[in-house]
Design a protein around this ligand. Structure first.
Ligand code: SF4
Ligand code: SF4
Length: 152
């Protein structure tokens, strides 16, 4: 796979990194959630015991933690290039970039447009990301962003 192919596979047309999304089937968040589940095994059986044994009330919250961990570990999305986004069901970018025949919004002559259907926060992020890509180039942006957490 060339670097350009890798970048396009990882970054959605809006510029967000699908591979870092908690819902991505092959993303790090799911990967580590699955691993942690494996390592914890039947910890939930022991959580109650530790609560008393260690006099540690935090173990009362284990079932909530487990519920979240199960959610992160569940197989979910294959990324925006492969299927409709599971989180932003109303996203206007996916269909639009196909119609406009651009890989990314920053390449589009209408950017920044009013077709995204994003809320104010996401819209702001979308503009920032695409302006940054325009300034630095997609490869530089990808290299610098790839070790940054998805959620800042
Ligand atoms: S398409 Fe949406 S849900 Fe799927 S990985 Fe990308 S951002 Fe996450
Ligand atoms: S019109 Fe807007 S959403 Fe569609 S590709 Fe261009 S910038 Fe992206």
């Amino acid at each position: 796979m060339t670097l350009t192919e890798k970048i396009t596979a990882s970054l959605a047309p809006c510029g967000l990194d699908c591979e870092k999304c908690f819902a991505h089937v092959a993303g790090d968040i799911r990967h580590y959630a699955v691993k942690l589940k494996e390592k914890l095994g039947n910890f939930h059986i022991n959580a109650k015991r530790f609560e008393t044994l260690l006099d540690e009330p935090v173990f009362k919250k284990y079932s909530d933690f487990k519920e979240m961990l199960d959610y992160f570990a569940a197989e979910n999305c294959n990324g925006c290039r492969n299927e409709q986004c599971k989180l932003f069901k109303n996203c206007g970018v996916r269909a639009c970039h196909q119609e406009k025949q651009v890989d990314f919004c920053f390449q589009c002559d209408l950017f920044p447009c009013d077709r995204t259907n994003f809320d104010a926060g996401l819209y702001k992020g979308w503009v920032m990301i695409n302006q940054k890509i325009k300034e630095t180039g997609i490869e530089d942006f990808y290299e610098k962003a790839k070790t940054r957490p998805r959620y800042l």
